[in-house]
Design a protein around this ligand. Sequence first.
Ligand code: AKB
Length: 315
Amino acid sequence: MKRILITGALGQIGSELTMKLRETYGSDNVIATDIRKNDSEAAQSGPFETLDVTDLNKMGDIAKKYKVDTIMHLAALLSATAEAKPVLAWNLNMGGLMNALETARELNAQFFTPSSIGAFGPSTPKDSTPQDTIMRPTTMYGVNKVAGELLGDYYYHKFGVDTRGLRFPGLISHVALPGGGTTDYAVEIYYEAIKNGRYTSYIDKGTYMDMMYMPDALNAIIDLMEADPCRLKHRNSFNVTAMSFDPEEIADEIRKHIPAFELTYHVDPVRQRIADSWPNSIDAIAAEEEWGFKFEYDLARMTEDMINKLTNKLS
Ligand code: AKB
């Protein structure tokens, strides 16, 4: 049985990952941490500690207090916020990651942290982007993610820490909203479709980005962490994806449920530039071959589920 410390446990991934891990490994074995507590299920349903991930001593104290053997480090600023606040992004994203890796090294704990399609840049092949390819991102977030992947490999080779990671695409969920990301439009569009029947997209038509529904992302994290290490040729980090679409395609899918849905555009140059620097679609062959990655939700299935769940939530 694992005993897991999660940082950023009340964020977009953390809110649902905490609950899923508590179902899988038992509530007391999943220690949720975040910079502040709220009244969400993730904060209330098991052990919770407030933690600023830039505080190495406190992170170490919590990890030792609960005798954790696994660290899942999620706390980070997303791409658009990191672009607006690059120094804060470096300090938080890299400082937090170093502290989490050091804590894992000290406790000999297994380690997970997400990378992102943001680790790729304009010189990366745009379509079916392979696992091993050119990585010269032009955003602070991308610089953080590439450095993070390299640090994960470094801690594995140098100190034997069992580091593992996934390059996530945009993650779509009806539970917690993302904040400060470039792919957030693909979550907002569902909320606005249900509430107002229309959405103004800050990402332009024709801009394709990879996406994945949260239940598939959570399964991917657990499957990777449970994977036989002998099969892993890569560790940090595996491409994973379930779909790639542009705003027009997601709108067409929404119209199958809400026929009068209207999509208009007011493009945000900062987030559009970030999106333009990322791949149109990535390939997940290494993840499929090395630990059996698979997904259940394509655009049609995800849209049906999002609309059902959000209709109940917002009514
Ligand atoms: C973002 O848009 O910043 C994130 C990501 C793709 O890493 N959702």
